[in-house]
Every structure is written in C-alpha cells, then in structure tokens.
Ligand binder design. Structure first.
Ligand SMILES: NC(=O)c1ccc[n+]([C@@H]2O[C@H](COP(=O)([O-])OP(=O)(O)OC[C@H]3O[C@@H](n4cnc5c(N)ncnc54)[C@H](O)[C@@H]3O)[C@@H](O)[C@H]2O)c1
Length: 353
C-alpha cells in the first residue's frame, strides 16, 4: 500500500481520488487536518475498502513509526505542508515547523522503516517529496524556464521552507541511501482548492459581488498545471522515477495573473451571467503588491516527458472552464469551507476542533 501525507488538502485529495479510481492498491492517508485540510474532499471514498485515514502529525515520530510497521507501505507520497505564501510572510515559524522539521521527522521514520525491510523491498521503496517550482526563485521575462539544474534561490518563507525540506530529502538519499525523489510542480488549479488561492478566491468573490483583488499590475507570470495532470505525473514518478533524481512538472500554460483573473471572469460571464449585461471583470481591483512577489515562474518539463513519458493533457482553457463549473456546481463545498463548518468534522470525529 501507499502512505500519503496531507491527503485532505487540495492536491493530496485529488491524488487519492485518482489513485482509488485507477488502482486496486490500498492507501493510507495521514493528515493533521489543519485549516487547509478538508476531510469532505474525500467523502466519496470514505467507505472505500482501499481507503484508510489516520488523523495525525507527520512530526509525531512514534505515530508514524507505528503506522509504517503496521501497514508496511511500499512508498510514501509526501504532500503535507503549510502551503500558502501570504501566510508564510505573516507567520513563518509554522512553515519551518511543518515543512522542514516535519519532513525531517518523516524522513527519519521512513529511513528506519526502509532499513528494516528485506533487501528487495528496501530497494523498491520510494519516498516521493512533493515540492514546488518556487524554490528556484524568480525569472525575468526572457529567461529560459526552470530545469532541474536551476540553482535554488527561494524568495519567500514558504519557498525557503520547501527548499529546506528538499535539501534534507536529498541528504537522506546521499547519506542514508533512502530511495527519495523530489518533484517541482508549478501552480496547480482544479476542484477543491482552498479559497485563499487565486482561482477559487476570484470565483468566490466574483459571485459575492466583491472586489477581485489583483496584486500590483497583475503581470506576474505563473505556469498553470491542472491538478489531475499533476497527480498523473506523480504516479509516473512513483512507478518509473529514479531514486536520487528530481523532476519538474508543468502545465505548459504560462499566463499572467491578470489573464487568469480575466479568464475566470469571462467563464463566469458565460456560465453565470450577471443581470443588465454587466461583466465580472468590472469587479477587478488592483491592490498593493505582495512583499517580495516573484515575477515569473516557468517549467522546462523535458526531463519527465522524455524519461518517464508524461506530459500534461488538460488544456488551460478547458481546465479553467471545468474548474469554474465545478465551483458553480458545488456551492455546499464552498460554503462549508468559507463558513468554517467543514472544521466541525474534527469535533464530530474526535470531540476536538
Ligand atoms: N497548490 C499548489 O499550487 C502547489 C504548487 C507547488 C507545490 N505544492 C506543494 O504540494 C503539496 C500539497 O499542496 P496543497 O495545495 O494540496 O496544500 P494544502 O494546503 O491544500 O494541503 C496541505 C495538507 O497538509 C495537511 N498538513 C499540514 N500540516 C500537517 C502535518 N504536520 N501533518 C500532517 N498533515 C499536515 C493539511 O491538513 C492539508 O490537508 C504541498 O507540499 C505544497 O507545498 C502545491
């Protein structure tokens, strides 16, 4: 089986849903259910015989050691993290605690477990570290996209903490022989993303008639990767990736933030038109830029494409349309998240919030 960490978050839940739809191999999800973890993302598989959930912290070494000994996974796919850049500038310590110290504890537990396995299983074991393109820093408009050899130059407390985790993962491969692989993906989008991130935030505010905040001039460029494409890439890495290697994963869809916001608005104009011919884009409001805002990220995905045969399938315009439609079709999910009522799950399950 697989051990997935942070599987109640945006990407982890998409990975679990895709995995259980396409594989008969069971999966254990270890998630602390922070504000960003939403167990309702996995309601559709809650009773699936292959799905197991444990509420807990990746930094709880005794818990993780016990889970590894009991379930004997063939791999760990590590998503759990503090993931929001704005929160990292307001409160960096939690990012170091979860992303750096939490990953270190997980590596230690994984290493002890892998070392206890018979030689063949130990060699086949994988620790997949889901990292970000943000560790590479910012590009100028004409610069070539990030390759796996690009030097690390993290600019936010978030990306610095992810970079710290990446270095530990690399060290655990080189020093202890743990078969680790790190992946660096671009901005993910798709269903079930917490509405503090750009696309669901804009949809939510647009429908509420609120200003649509765009940082600075809105000309920051990001590559956009549909979450299902990302999960398919991770499955390819798990099956065919080489230990000690890193792989960049992108959507081949560089867009400015302003273009993304305008695309969301145009899609809403079509799917949920405003009365009187008004346009959602009229709600766009430029706000003071984020501190230290990186200007451009772009991914060179030739390595994963040529070595593992993966390439993105979802075209940005179609993916965006499907994503906007999903949020329109799932108002109860959005309401549960924005009112905070999704947090009641913890109280119901464990008597604590
Ligand atoms: N979302 C993106 O666009 C993006 C881009 C690049 C990389 N990533 C990386 O992908 C991974 C997943 O991102 P996401 O957007 O799904 O994040 P998310 O914030 O939606 O989910 C994070 C999950 O981790 C859980 N978690 C946090 N601390 C934990 C702990 N100590 N122990 C166990 N669980 C814990 C949370 O409860 C939540 O379910 C992260 O490592 C992130 O850095 C995300």
């Amino acid at each position: 089986m697989l051990l997935v960490t942070g599987g109640c978050g945006f990407i982890g839940s998409a990975f679990i849903l895709q995995w259980l739809a396409q594989s008969s191999e069971p999966l254990l999800n270890l998630d602390l259910i922070t504000y960003a973890g939403n167990p309702h993302n996995l309601d559709s598989v809650a009773t699936h015989p292959g799905y197991h959930f444990v509420h807990g912290d990746i930094g709880d070494s005794a818990l993780v050691a016990g889970l590894l000994a009991q379930h004997r996974p063939r791999a760990i796919v590590h998503f759990a993290a503090e993931s929001h850049v704005d929160r990292s500038s307001a409160g960096p310590l939690a990012f170091v605690q979860t992303n750096v110290v939490g990953t270190l504890k997980l590596l230690e537990a994984a290493c002890a477990y892998q070392g206890s396995l018979p030689a063949q299983q130990a060699a086949a074991f994988r620790f997949i570290n889901v990292s970000t393109d943000e560790v590479y820093g910012s590009l100028e408009p004409g610069d070539p996209p990030f390759t796996e050899l690009h030097r690390y130059q993290p600019n936010s407390p978030y990306s610095a903490s992810k970079a710290g985790a990446d270095h530990l993962v690399r060290a655990w491969h080189h020093t202890y022989g743990l078969p680790t692989i790190s992946t660096h993906c671009s901005n993910n989008y798709g269903p079930r993303q917490f509405p503090e991130k750009l696309i669901p935030l804009v949809i939510h505010k647009a429908l509420g008639g609120l200003p649509l905040p765009v940082y600075g001039d809105g000309l920051q460029v990001r590559d956009w990767l549909h979450v299902d494409d990302h999960c398919a890439a991770l499955r390819a890495v798990l099956e065919k990736g080489q230990p000690g290697q890193t792989y960049n994963i992108g959507g081949r869809s560089e867009r400015t933030n302003l273009t993304v916001v305008r695309t969301v608005c145009a899609t809403l104009d079509e799917l949920r038109p405003l009365p009187g011919g008004r346009k959602y884009a009229e709600q766009i409001s430029h706000v003071t830029d984020r501190k230290g805002h990186d200007r451009r990220y772009a991914i060179d995905d030739r390595k994963i494409s040529s070595e593992l045969g993966w390439s993105p399938r979802v075209a940005f315009e179609q993916g965006m349309r499907d994503t906007v439609a999903w949020y329109l079709d799932n108002p109860q999910w959005v309401q549960g998240v924005t009112t905070g009522s999704y947090r009641q799950w913890l109280t119901q399950q464990y008597g604590t919030a």
